[in-house]
Design a protein around this ligand. Structure first.
Ligand code: C5P
Length: 280
């Protein structure tokens, strides 16, 4: 069995406040990309895990942790898991979270567990804030700390360029740099930025999508990694309609008017990891 685990971008990311448990309450429009890792699953006596990047093949890999959670739910068989990585780490593209969701969904079928969707979603939330989204892509409004996922459909298919500086960013450090006020007692209604992005996606107008981009984590991430400011300026000069930090970074995402602009922009950054493609 072979399954794909797509990357995501946050087209909007509003931080609503800091929660008593230390996490941040957020609202985000999330979208998967055609960029994806691949998870290969074969029968095995025991559970084994290998990865195209050997440094990621440790016990703490979210794929292995997802598999162990399912084993505890009655998955008594083994499996040979192999992960082909294409999504860079510490980029804000949700690679590890997507791998975990792919492992949960695929092993649930492979081991014939057929857990109710709510149970699978609870296991996903246990593994990380972004994991539940990947059980529900390609597009969704995400709330809470990430576990409340409302999928929606749209037909926009924008060209995208990704550029990741050599230096990654740690998610906890970026959140810590926010100094967000405590979350208000009343859960706020759907944010205007969320509604604007959904309307832009429904219009299929990528210039409107670009104009509606917002990410409240940018000030903190740009303080930690000032070169992001230059990179954004270069991407705009290369013809991107809008440029936004992916999640907590350090990857930047440019929304482009056409595939040729995305390709040209990717080639202009040969010193960094880049990708050109589109929504999935
Ligand atoms: O849930 P996950 O382990 O992916 O989160 C990593 C870190 O990111 C958390 O420890 C926390 O510092 C921060 N975070 C947050 N609020 C969120 C999601 C993540 O503060 N909604």
């Amino acid at each position: 069995m072979i399954v794909t685990a797509p990357a995501k971008i946050n087209l909007t990311l509003r931080i609503l406040g800091k929660r008593p448990d230390g996490y941040h309450a957020l609202e985000s429009v999330m979208q998967t990309l055609a960029l994806a890792d691949t998870l290969h699953i074969e029968d095995g006596e025991t559970l084994t895990f290998t990865c195209s990047e050997p440094s990621l093949a440790g016990e703490d890999n979210l794929v292995l942790r997802a598999a162990r959670l399912l084993q505890a739910r009655g998955g008594t068989r083994g499996a040979r898991l192999h992960l082909e990585k294409r999504i860079p780490a510490q980029a804000g593209l949700g690679g590890g979270s997507s791998d975990a969701a792919a492992a949960l969904a695929a092993l649930d079928t492979f081991w014939d567990l057929r857990l109710p969707p709510g149970e699978l979603a609870a296991l996903a939330a246990q593994l990380g804030s972004d994991v539940p989204f990947f059980l529900n892509g390609p597009a969704a409004v995400v709330r809470g700390r990430g576990e409340q996922v409302r999928p929606f459909t749209h037909n926009a298919n924008c060209s995208v360029v990704l550029v990741k500086p050599a230096c990654g960013l740690s998610t906890p450090r970026v959140y810590a740099g926010l100094q967000a006020p405590p979350m208000p007692d009343e859960a706020p209604n759907r944010q205007p930025e969320t509604r604007a992005m959904i309307a832009a996606l429904s219009s299929r107008d990528c210039a409107r999508v670009a104009a509606a981009l917002v990410n409240d984590l940018e000030p903190s991430a740009f303080r930690l990694l000032p070169e992001l400011g230059d990179l954004r300026a270069r991407l705009l000069a290369l013809g991107c309609l809008g440029v936004l930090l992916c999640g907590s970074g350090s990857c930047l995402c440019g929304i482009c008017p056409d595939p040729a602009t995305a390709e040209r922009a990717a080639q202009a950054f040969n010193e960094y990891w880049t990708w050109a493609g589109s929504f999935s």
